[in-house]
Design a binder for this molecule. Structure first.
Ligand code: HEC
Ligand code: HEC
Length: 146
């Protein structure tokens, strides 16, 4: 009698294990905070970079970048944008040269190397993309560009 009870206990345990395995397979994966991880994995619409050059919206606007910049590192020591845009290389690379303003330091001295204040190009120049505005707004281009 005792032995039989023991065996059915083992059988019940095995059945429970199989059942809970099946449930674990079908249930969604939860994060530690209790969020359903699958629902966090939604890929947003991807907007492709527009290769056409956009007109500037106002005279002082830093022109938008008409090419990808993923590959070009900018850090304390390296600035790969200069490989094509510095006055020493732009001719060979057929790229627009940095304008004179990029070679003026804050005291107005003309430099041969790009000014420190212009080092981090993507602080002002962002890749252009024809995507809807992130926030609704009533921005209009200044009259000069229309
Ligand atoms: C391999 C060469 C190359 C590199 C590296 C490069 N560019 Fe360019 N860039 C070009 C060329 C060529 C054009 C002109 C494209 C055209 O006219 O359609 C251009 C255009 C631009 C323009 C538009 C200028 C204007 O007057 O409209 C900006 C701004 C710009 N690049 C910024 C950057 C920044 C910032 C980086 C680094 C993150 C960078 N570029 C790296 C080749 C390069
Ligand atoms: C502080 C903001 C700022 C930073 C940083 C900056 N730029 Fe500019 N850039 C501008 C503005 C504003 C213009 C347009 C007016 C002008 O030419 O000065 C411009 C113009 C340009 C042009 C077009 C020049 C022409 O004559 O059509 C290129 C190319 C360019 N920048 C590339 C770069 C690159 C590459 C870097 C990084 C080494 C850089 N810029 C850093 C603001 C910036």
């Amino acid at each position: 009698m005792k032995k039989q009870a023991f065996i059915s206990a083992i059988a019940a345990t095995a059945l429970f294990a199989v059942a809970s395995f099946a449930i674990a397979q079908s249930a969604s994966v939860q994060s530690l905070r209790g969020l359903d991880i699958e629902s966090q994995n939604v890929v947003e619409d991807v907007y492709k970079q527009d290769k056409q050059r956009f007109t500037r919206n106002y005279r002082q606007q830093p022109p938008l970048v008409p090419h990808s910049i993923d590959q070009y590192q900018i850090d304390l020591n390296a600035n790969q944008c200069l490989r094509c845009h510095d006055w020493t290389t732009a001719g060979d690379r057929n790229a627009p040269t940095l304008s004179m303003t990029h070679y003026l330091d804050r005291e107005g001295n003309q430099l041969d190397r790009v000014a420190g204040t212009r080092w981090f190009c993507n602080q002002c120049h962002v890749p252009q993309v024809d995507a809807p505005a992130l926030v609704d707004n009533t921005f209009e281009a200044s009259s000069g560009s229309n």
